[in-house]
Write a protein that binds this ligand. Structure first.
Ligand code: ATP
Ligand code: MG
Length: 208
């Protein structure tokens, strides 16, 4: 009996990985993570803050330290969500396969959470086959969106979430114009943005 159980091995921890620049983090990111955690029975979801993603080079406005602080403020009150510095710690430009390799462990199952827009972009990714072998792809679709894995040999899960039409670019634009962002970002994030004076007209918003 005991032997049989041992052969089954330990129950693997189920970890969701939500990568992004989070420039800044907003409620769309949080709902994507919380609903995916619930739907897929994930133990935790890591918000992996990107350093200098090759596809957004020159367009990231907030420093890694500021974007990380905003993510930490956003996830602190929510069960099962965590900020991860793994890409920042790599200290070099990284692609998703590098990140998943760094997170991989024998007793851990990785779920790569991707919005449908990000999933549609996957054919342009580097090291795509290695990425496929490291995770289950969890495509997070906002109501009405459709997206598929780059090829049929991926392990895929689908999560549907409500459509929250908010983006980091939109939040930055509002801040730049002096419009409110309450409700689009959690109160602790709004406070942190204000106290750090981020995304204001004077901080040299390079993405505009
Ligand atoms: P930007 O406007 O700079 O592109 P963004 O709001 O799209 O920022 P990203 O950091 O590019 O945020 O996205 C990180 C992840 O979050 C991606 O997988 C993306 O699909 C997902 N995502 C972004 N916005 C939403 C949203 N409103 N609802 C659900 N998922 C979202
Ligand atoms: Mg985006």
């Amino acid at each position: 009996m005991e032997r049989g159980l041992r052969r089954l091995g330990p129950v693997a921890e189920r970890v969701g990985v939500l990568g992004g620049t989070f420039d800044p983090v907003h409620v769309g990111h949080l709902v994507a993570a919380v609903d995916s955690r619930h739907a897929l029975g994930l133990d935790r979801v890591l918000f992996v803050v990107a350093g200098d993603p090759w596809q957004k080079r020159g367009k990231v406005v907030g420093s890694p330290a500021d974007r990380l602080a905003l993510v930490q403020a956003a996830v602190a009150p929510i069960d099962g969500l965590e900020a991860s510095t793994i890409e920042l710690d790599l200290g070099r430009p990284s692609v998703t396969a590098d990140t998943l390799e760094a997170l991989a462990a024998p007793d851990r199952e990785l779920f790569l959470l991707l919005g449908a827009d990000a999933a549609a972009n996957m054919p342009t990714w580097r090291r795509l086959e290695e990425t496929r072998d490291l995770c289950t792809l969890a495509i997070v679709s906002r109501a009405g969106e459709h997206a598929a894995a780059p090829s049929p040999d991926w392990r895929v899960a689908h999560v549907t979430i409500p459509r929250l039409d908010v983006s980091s670019s939109d939040v930055r634009e509002r801040l730049h114009d002096g419009r409110p962002i309450d409700g689009l970002c959690p109160p602790d994030v709004v406070r942190e943005i204000r106290s750090r004076r981020l995304y204001t007209r004077s901080d040299g918003d390079a993405a505009r």
